[in-house]
Design a protein around this ligand. Structure first.
Ligand SMILES: Nc1ncnc2c1ncn2[C@@H]1O[C@H](COP(=O)(O)OP(=O)(O)OP(=O)(O)O)[C@@H](O)[C@H]1O
Ligand SMILES: [Mg+2]
Length: 425
C-alpha cells in the first residue's frame, strides 16, 4: 500500500557518530527549550536523551560485514520490499560459535523514505524494549564513493507479516483464535508505546504489513520511521506534516495534522476489521461499494443479522459469531469520529483479553497458545507435549510443509527460534 510521505532529503556527508550527536543535541535543545518555557519544574526526558543512555546496546556493522551476511545482497536472499528499500535475510555472527539469522533493510537512495526515517528508526528502536516490538540489533551507516549507505539489522521474523497471512491466498487462512491473539499482541505493543514508557510514543504507521510474525505467530510491530514523541506537558497533540498510509490514517489527523495516540487507535480499528473480514482497508479490485472497507462494513453493523456476511469466508464458519460481534464493537469504538471517544490502547488490550478468555471458555480445546504472559511457547510445548488440536491449524501446518523449500521443510523453517547456522552461508 502506498505511503504518503512529505519528506525532504537532506543528505550530509559526515560520520554517523557526529550526525547522531548533532541530531540528539538539536532535538534536546528543542524539547528542553519548550519544556523549560512551560514549566521549570518539569524536565521530561525525551527519546534523544533515552537513546544516548541506551545506544550502546546497538551493534554498529561495517558494510563489508553486511555484504558477507547477505551474499552481497543477493536477490535470492531478498525477502521483501517497502518504501524504505529492500529487505534481505542474512546471517551474522552472534558470538564465537553461533550465527543467527537477521533481516537487513537497505535504504534505497532513490526511494521516497530516507535518512530521516532511518534515524528515527535507530533512535526509537534503540530505546524501546517489549516482546511485541521487533528488536533492532544494529545498524550500518557509511558514505562512500558509491553514495550513501544506510542499513538496519533486525531480529529475523520467520512468518512474514500479518498482511501476507490475511490477504495472500498462497497461505492458509489464519485460524480465528490466532487472529485474536495477534490483535492482542499488537494492541499490547501499542499500549506499551502510548502508556508504559517514560516518554509517550505515537507509532503513526500501524497496518498489517508492519505487524511481523515470529516462529509462533506472535506479533511484533516493526517500522518506527514515522514514529513521533507524544505532546509535551500541557499540550493535547503534536502538529506534524501528515504522514502514514492511505486507508489507515485517522480522518481528524488527515484534516488537521494534529497527531495524538488516538490516531494509532483509529488505525488499530481499521486493522481489526481487516482481521475480521480478510479484506484490505482499500481494495480497488472490488465492486465500487466494497472498495472502502469501513464504508462496506457500515452496511453490516454488529447488531444486525447480516453482520455475519462480512466475516472472512476463509474461516469457513470456524469462529464464534458473538465474539466476532464484540470484536466489531471494539473496532467501532476505535473508529469513533471523535478522537476523545476512542478507547486508550490499554482499554483495548483489556477488552481483547476478555474476548479471548471467552473464546477459550467456549472452545477449551483451542487453548493452545497463551499470549497473556508472553512466555515461551516452545518451552511449554516441550513440557506438556500436547499436540495442537485445532483442525485449521493442522491444515495450515500441512500447507506450510507443501510450501517448503528444497532441503528445508517449511515447518522447520517457520517454527524455530532464532535460526542458527554453522556458517554465514
Ligand atoms: N525483521 C524482519 N524479519 C523478517 N522479514 C521482515 C522483517 N522486516 C521486514 N520484513 C519483510 O520485508 C517486508 C517489507 O518490509 P518493509 O517494512 O520494508 O515494507 P512494508 O511494511 O511492506 O511497507 P512500508 O514501507 O509502507 O512500511 C515485510 O512485509 C516483511 O515480509
Ligand atoms: Mg513496513
Amino acid at each position: 500500500m502506498n505511503c504518503f510521505h512529505y519528506f525532504t532529503r537532506h543528505w550530509r556527508r559526515r560520520s554517523l557518530e557526529s550526525e547522531l550527536k548533532e541530531e540528539l543535541k538539536s532535538q534536546n535543545s528543542k524539547v528542553n527549550g519548550i519544556a523549560k518555557s512551560l514549566s521549570a519544574s518539569i524536565s521530561p526526558r525525551g527519546i534523544p536523551e533515552l537513546y544516548e543512555e541506551k545506544a550502546h546496546n546497538l551493534r554498529v556493522f561495517s558494510l563489508a560485514e553486511l555484504q558477507r551476511a547477505t551474499n552481497n545482497f543477493s536477490r535470492l536472499l531478498k525477502i521483501g520490499e517497502g518504501g524504505f528499500g529492500s529487505v534481505y535475510k542474512g546471517s551474522i555472527q552472534a558470538n564465537k560459535k553461533e550465527f543467527i539469522s537477521v533481516a537487513i533493510k537497505r535504504l534505497d537512495p532513490d526511494g521516497f523514505q530516507g535518512h530521516k526515517q532511518w534515524l528515527a528508526e535507530v533512535q526509537f528502536l534503540g530505546v524501546v524494549e517489549h516482546p511485541n516490538l521487533v528488536k533492532l540489533i544494529g545498524y550500518c551507516a557509511v558514505d562512500n564513493e558509491r553514495g550513501i549507505q544506510r542499513l538496519l539489522v533486525y531480529e529475523y521474523m520467520p512468518n512474514k507479516s500479518l498482511e501476507y497471512h490475511l490477504f495472500n491466498m498462497a497461505y492458509d487462512p489464519l485460524p480465528w483464535k490466532t487472529r485474536l491473539e495477534i490483535a492482542l499482541g499488537a494492541a499490547r505493543g501499542l499500549a506499551y508505546l502510548h502508556e508504559e514508557l517514560e516518554v509517550q510514543v505515537i507509532y503513526r504507521d500501524f497496518k498489517t504489513s508492519n505487524v511481523l510474525l515470529d516462529e509462533n505467530f506472535r506479533p511484533k510491530l516493526s517500522d518506527f520511521g514515522l514514529a513521533r514523541e507524544g505532546p509535551i506537558a500541557g499540550h493535547t497533540h503534536v502538529s506534524t506534516a501528515v504522514m502514514g498510509t492511505y486507508g489507515y490514517a485517522a480522518p481528524d489527523y488527515l484534516e488537521t495534522g494534529h497527531l495524538t495516540t488516538k490516531s494509532d487507535v483509529w488505525s488499530f480499528g481499521v486493522v481489526l476489521y481487516e482481521i475480521l473480514t480478510g479484506r484490505r482497508s482499500l481494495d480497488r479490485n472490488r465492486p465500487k461499494t466494497e472498495q472502502k472497507l469501513l464504508e462496506w462494513v457500515k452496511l453490516h453493523p454488529s447488531n444486525r443479522r447480516n453482520f455475519s456476511l462480512i466475516i472472512d469466508p476463509r474461516l469457513e464458519g470456524q469462529y464464534s459469531i458473538d465474539l466476532a460481534r464484540n470484536v466489531a464493537k471494539l473496532a467501532d469504538d476505535c473508529l469513533s469520529k471523535s478522537a476523545k471517544e476512542r478507547p486508550r490502547m490499554s482499554q483495548v488490550v483489556e477488552r481483547l483479553r476478555q474476548i479471548i478468555i471467552n473464546a477459550d471458555e467456549s472452545n477449551p480445546g483451542e487453548k493452545n497458545i497463551n499470549l497473556f504472559e508472553n512466555d515461551d511457547l516452545l518451552d511449554r510445548e516441550e513440557k506438556s507435549n500436547q499436540p495442537n488440536p485445532s483442525k485449521l491449524w493442522q491444515r495450515r501446518m500441512a500447507h506450510l510443509a507443501k510450501l517448503g523449500e528444497p532441503g528445508e521443510t517449511a515447518i522447520g523453517r517457520r517454527f524455530m527460534t532464532l535460526q542458527k547456522t554453522k556458517s554465514g552461508s
